[in-house]
Design a protein around this ligand. Structure first.
Ligand code: FAE
Length: 554
């Protein structure tokens, strides 16, 4: 076994006190955010764990924290990197405007969401590496996902949106709305460190000029303009603006990680989970199979027979360097909508978990994501300094089925552009299926299914363009292409609550297997999803701990 211990007190919000990477061993020990004690005493191959969590995003982090607080020993397995070591430029994360080997998951060429600018292609060749942003291509859509300890919280814009109460019932009809809004949304927002930008500062700072222009245009066309909370540290951003601290959001950092300022899960739920002393994390480990242990023998999880979990250890080129099997009393699928759906679809189809029900892989949607830009007049600039953290949106959900985030274009130059990511009420749902011939899980989404999203977004932007005498940008997504309709940032569904699982995430057919991530939400959340994923996870884990984990609690 090799062991390395490094000190890196200057890394952004993550103080690396100890990290042990065991060659050929299953579990490394990771500590985050100033917890001096290594989180894990090295596990032996063939180890037995009480709760194994697949993935370290929102659902997984909530599960790990609450289980550990209840006395359960938790191992988290994460296929992405630890992201605690600076690169050659002294920074952990690459800038949005200068992607490098750290930026993309196992690609030799970047696949930037905005692929062109003023007629010039933006993508470039990069070394193949286990980078932070996965642009996963399916037949009709590219699904962007975060990879690493912290999951999507590493790469996202931090927009922490609680949906309108009247829309929630359509999203998750089997969930008690009062409980969600009285207990679990507040708990999630507190746990995530969500807060509002200071309105006085927002009104005057250069870095939100683009958002003020967005508000002016929205209001002149009669649309409700709403402020949206974020997990960014606003005090830090104000200091960035005065030049007293290293810049992150104001240097355009977001898509490939924030070196400072953003409270990702590493500073919140994961830090709290590790502080319990009962949670350990294995980065660069990928779960490939979960199978019932024949003959049983599990010690808890509501009579669970125990599961054999097969885990590949990978290197930064993506090659498998070791494969090991761990026995777990309980397994939480928290690999994100795509990761969890792919695993469950394959395990069901290949006879490893044949008792899963027919809802596995179904109900997947893109949260109605569609992007567009508008070209403003030369007398209406949006500013060359743009904070990469969005703060506001245009809410036309009730009238036109679209909630449009007023998004930055942090290029460092004046673009005279307004840019938007719309979340729309798109009715299409796709399904994952196993292709035995290719040995891959496929998704039957079609690009044409974005048409309802485009129509919904047009209810806002056609009207604004008409009022302002402006036009759509046609240079961002390909030559003369107005709509960014090839992608989603918000994959949801595939193991939907109360269909593939019971009403608290227990997978049908197997005691001790749970889903606790975005795959529970049936394709649309009506707003940016991570607060809802977190709140639902808080709701479900509280109930599961009270019922299924009595035997494991200390
Ligand atoms: P997620 O956070 O994706 O975590 C899953 C984890 O599992 C990942 O770390 C994977 O690497 C790991 N994993 C997958 N398969 C395996 C396996 N087989 N073995 C081991 N590990 C595995 O899941 N949402 C908002 O609400 N506001 C925003 O401003 C926002 N902006 C976004 C911007 C971008 C560019 C992107 C990509 C997403 C954005 N999102 C935003 C979406 C949000 O990040 C996403 O909904 C959540 O991260 C999903 O949370 P989950 O817990 O489902």
């Amino acid at each position: 076994m090799t062991a390395t211990v490094r000190h890196n007190a200057s890394s952004p919000g993550v103080t690396r006190r100890g990290f042990i990477a065991g060659t050929g061993s299953l579990i490394g020990a990771a500590t985050l955010a100033g917890h001096a004690t290594p989180a894990y005493a090295q596990a032996d191959p063939g180890a037995h764990v009480q709760a194994l969590v697949i993935g370290t995003g929102y659902g997984g982090s909530v599960a790990a924290l609450r289980l550990a607080e209840a006395g359960v020993e938790v191992h988290m397995v994460e296929m992405g990197m630890a992201w605690d070591t600076p690169g050659p430029d002294g920074k952990i994360f690459a800038n949005t405007t200068a992607p490098d080997f750290r930026s993309f998951w196992l690609r030799t060429r970047t696949r930037q969401p905005i692929s062109q600018f003023l007629g010039f292609p933006l993508d470039k060749n990069v070394p193949c590496y286990t980078g932070i942003l996965d642009a996963e291509d399916f037949g009709g859509i590219t699904v962007y996902q975060g990879r690493g300890v912290g999951g999507g919280s590493l790469v996202n814009g931090g927009m922490a949106v609680t949906p309108r109460r009247e829309n929630f019932g359509a999203v998750l009809p089997s969930v008690d709305v009062d409980e969600m809004y009285d207990v679990y949304y507040p708990r999630a927002n507190a746990g995530l460190g969500v807060s509002d930008v200071d309105p006085g500062w927002w009104e005057t700072t250069d870095c939100y000029k683009y958002a003020r222009v967005g508000r002016k245009h929205a209001e002149r066309s009669g649309f409700p303009f709403v402020f949206v909370p974020n997990v960014y540290d606003w005090e830090y951003m104000a200091q960035e603006a005065t030049g007293s601290v290293p810049k992150s959001a104001l240097a355009g950092e977001v898509l490939y990680g924030n070196n400072h300022g953003k409270k990702s899960l590493r500073q919140t739920y994961l830090a709290a989970a590790l502080a319990t002393g009962r949670v350990t994390i294995s980065p660069l480990h990928k779960v490939t199979s979960v199978a019932p242990v024949s003959g049983g023998g599990g010690s808890g999880g509501g009579g669970s027979p125990g599961y054999a979990v097969v885990i590949d250890q990978i290197d930064t080129g993506g090659a498998t360097t070791a494969t090991q099997t761990v026995t777990a009393d309980t397994v939480f699928f928290a690999a994100g909508s795509v990761g969890t759906s792919k695993l469950l679809t394959r395990l069901k189809a290949t006879g490893v978990l044949p008792g899963l029900n027919g809802e596995i892989g179904k109900g997947w949607g893109d949260n109605g994501n569609v992007m567009c830009g508008r070209a403003n007049h030369l007398w209406d600039p949006t500013g060359k300094l743009q904070s990469a953290m969005p703060t506001a949106g245009i809410d036309n959900w009730a009238a036109g089925g679209a909630f449009a985030e007023v998004a930055p274009l942090p290029t460092g130059i004046e673009t005279y552009a307004s840019f938007y990511l719309s979340i729309t009420n798109n009715p299409h749902r796709a399904e994952f299926s196993w292709n035995a011939g290719s040995g891959a899980v496929e998704l039957n989404w079609r690009t044409a299914w974005k048409q309802p999203s485009i129509a919904a977004a047009k209810t806002i932007f056609d009207k604004i363009n008409s009022k302002e005498g402006t036009i759509y940008r046609t240079d961002l997504f390909g030559a003369y292409k107005i709509w960014g309709d090839h992608l989603t940032y918000h994959p949801l569904g595939g193991a939907v609550l109360n269909r593939a699982t019971d009403n608290h995430g227990r997978l049908h057919g197997y005691t001790g297997l749970y889903v606790i991530d975005g795959s529970l939400i049936p394709g649309n959340a009506s707003v940016n999803p991570f607060v809802t994923i977190t709140a639902l996870a808080e709701r479900n884990i509280e109930s599961l701990i009270a019922t299924d984990f009595q035997a494991l609690r200390r």
